[in-house]
Structures are given as C-alpha cells and as structure tokens.
Design a protein around this ligand. Structure first.
Ligand code: PHE
Length: 340
C-alpha cells in the first residue's frame, strides 16, 4: 500500500468510527482495522514489499492511521456515553426491557392488627390513648388495686428499673392516666408495648403488645361489654364468630371474666387450632372495680365502666395462622412480605 492508499483507509476508518451507534459498533470498527487480523497488521506486514526509499513514510502513515483511529474511537465512545445520560437518546433507552420491580415495604402483622383493631373500635366511638412504656409502680399496680404481695410485682415477673419505676406489664396503667386527667365519660382503646420476664418460647415473648379498652359512663353494664367484644370478634375474625365469658379474677375488675372467641377455623366444631374445644381464649375483661374509680377521684357511686385487654400477637397468630410468636420478631422478609 502506498501513502495515498493509507490516507484513504485512514479517512474511511475514522468516518466509520464516528458513525458508530453504540459500543458494539465501536468494537467492530476497532477489530476491522486494528484487530489481529485487521487491516493495519496487513499494512505492517506489507511494509517489507514497499520500496526502501518509501518505507519510512509509509510506516509513519500506518502509525498515523492507528493513532487517528484510536483517537476517533475514544472520542466517539465518550460522545455515546454522554448521550446515554440524555433522555431520548436512542442508544440509552430500550423499551423492550422488562420493567424494574421496586421493592416496596409492607406493614408488619402486629401493626396491621393494631390498625385494624383501632379502626373497628373507632367505628363505635372509641378514641386512641397512649402511655409510656416506662411506668410507675403506682399506675401499673397500686392504682389498679393490685396489692403489693401480688405475684406479678415479683422480680421474676416484672422488669424493675433502678429508678424504682418499671417496664409496664400491661396496658391497663393507661386507664389510670386517662382517668386521672379527664372526667367521665371515657371511651378509649390503648394499643402499646408491654414487658414481662417471660422466657421466650413459641407462645411467649418478654416484649409483646396489648390493646386495652375502657368505657366509663353512667349505667355501663356487663352486657355492654359482651356486645362490644362480640362486635369486635366478628369484625376482626369473621361474621360467624361469637364470644363467651368465663368467670376469672383481675384485681382491677369485679366481676372479672375471660373472653373466648369461637374458633374462626372450625366455627366451634373443634379442630387443631382451638385444640378441639371450639373456642379460643382472647381477652381479659370485667367491670371496673369501684376502688379503681376512687383512686382516680371518680364518684364510684355515680359511674360504672368496663375494661378489657387482649394480646395483639395472639390475635395476629390466630388470624394469620402464625405458629410461633418468634416469627413476628425475626424480621425475615420472606415472612413479612406475605402481609400485603
Ligand atoms: N391487664 C390484663 C392482663 O394483662 C387484662 C385486662 C385488662 C383484664 C382490662 C381486665 C380488664 O392480663
């Protein structure tokens, strides 16, 4: 090849470099001219056949071709990269690519149950009240008519703090906080965290959640309590779910009951979920003990009230069929993303 031919090749090579539409094109041009079997190595090989007096000039021409083409390829590549960041650049947008899935957070089952319970109670006039996790012994026990020899005050059951305060063992102290502050009538639900020195197993956790209800007014009766819990049971677990009361004891209610819901899986026939009994224990409840009213300065002769408390985890486990309470705290996304 003589110098003129090399110049022509150079012009062609640089032109096709500048025409490249994408990175593959650029690579193709590079291979065509500079690759091992490309045009430039052939020119170099042919140098020995060039007349000795022209050889230096032809060699320089070949070098110039190589440098010019490399520069052109580099320039074009950076042009393409710059274009790719501009919207509408043909090489940057591929409408045939599948869309990217945006990972979207889900509500935690405990939050779901709290939110739904609050919604259900708000429809019949309850508002939400909250209290702190760190409580006084007075509000957690004494004001709730719990004598200081009661086993729940024991170090083995309650997390006492060095300050003499404690981590509340139930949401009931929020009843006291609300009644200390406002006169009757009161109609509140209080969702929140509770703490007990329980050893963790499939159904126990040292940290759990309750939702408490309190209704104080003139002429509130046990029948009102039962109606309210039946309404809640049906809204939360299904229209065919019913409730039953069993006598129980709590220091701050009299009479006290434990409230069972019809097993929503077998609707009372008996199955594995309800251990063949047809019922599932859900809530503690009762009529507010007059001594509690006296503590907060209410006229115990004039008002009556009911209170109930239930475990959020328990409802979540039953409602969603979660076999082990620890699954609610493991934060395994494979578990959590099932609650949409
Ligand atoms: N606080 C009780 C408990 O944790 C539940 C309860 C609340 C019982 C309100 C009666 C009235 O077991």
């Amino acid at each position: 090849m003589n110098l003129a031919e090399i110049e022509a090749v150079k012009a062609r090579a640089v032109a096709s470099a500048m025409d490249a539409a994408n990175a593959q094109d650029i690579e193709a041009v590079r291979i065509e001219y500079l690759g091992r079997k490309g045009l430039l190595p052939q020119i170099m090989k042919g140098l020995k056949d060039v007349a000795p007096e022209d050889r230096a000039a032809v060699g320089q021409g070949a070098n110039a071709l190589k440098n010019a083409l490399n520069a052109a390829l580099e320039k074009r590549l950076s042009e393409l990269k710059a274009n790719a960041t501009h919207e509408g650049a043909p090489s940057a947008f591929d409408a045939t690519l599948p869309g990217r899935w945006r990972a979207c957070g889900t509500m935690h089952p405990i939050s779901l149950v709290i939110e739904e319970a609050v919604r259900i109670f708000s429809r019949i006039g309850f508002t939400v009240a909250e209290g702190p996790d760190v409580e006084t012994g007075y509000r957690n026990f004494e004001a709730l008519n719990t004598p200081d020899y009661h086993p729940s005050l024991d170090n083995q059951d309650t997390f006492w703090l060095e300050s003499g305060e404690l981590l509340r063992t139930q949401t009931s102290p929020v009843q006291i906080r609300v009644m200390e502050k406002q006169p009757p009538p009161v109609r509140i639900v209080t969702p929140g965290r509770c703490y007990r020195r329980d050893t963790t197993d499939a159904t126990h956790s040292a940290n759990f959640h309750q939702i408490e209800g309190l209704y104080v007014d003139t002429d509130v009766s046990l029948a009102d309590l039962k109606g309210t819990l039946a309404y809640f049971a049906q809204q939360m677990m299904g229209p065919d779910v019913n409730v039953r009361f069993r006598p129980h004891f709590f220091p701050f209610t009299e009479p006290s009951v434990e409230c069972d819901f019809t097993c929503h899986v077998c609707l009372g026939k008996g199955c594995r979920v309800c251990k063949q009994s047809g019922w599932i224990e859900i809530a503690g409840a009762g009529m507010v003990d007059p001594r509690v009213f006296e503590r907060v300065g209410y006229d115990a002769e004039a008002v009556t009230g009911y209170a109930f408390g239930m475990g959020i985890e328990r409802i979540a486990m039953i409602k969603y069929g979660v076999p082990d309470i620890r699954m609610l705290y493991d934060n395994d996304v494979r578990f959590l993303t099932q609650f949409r």
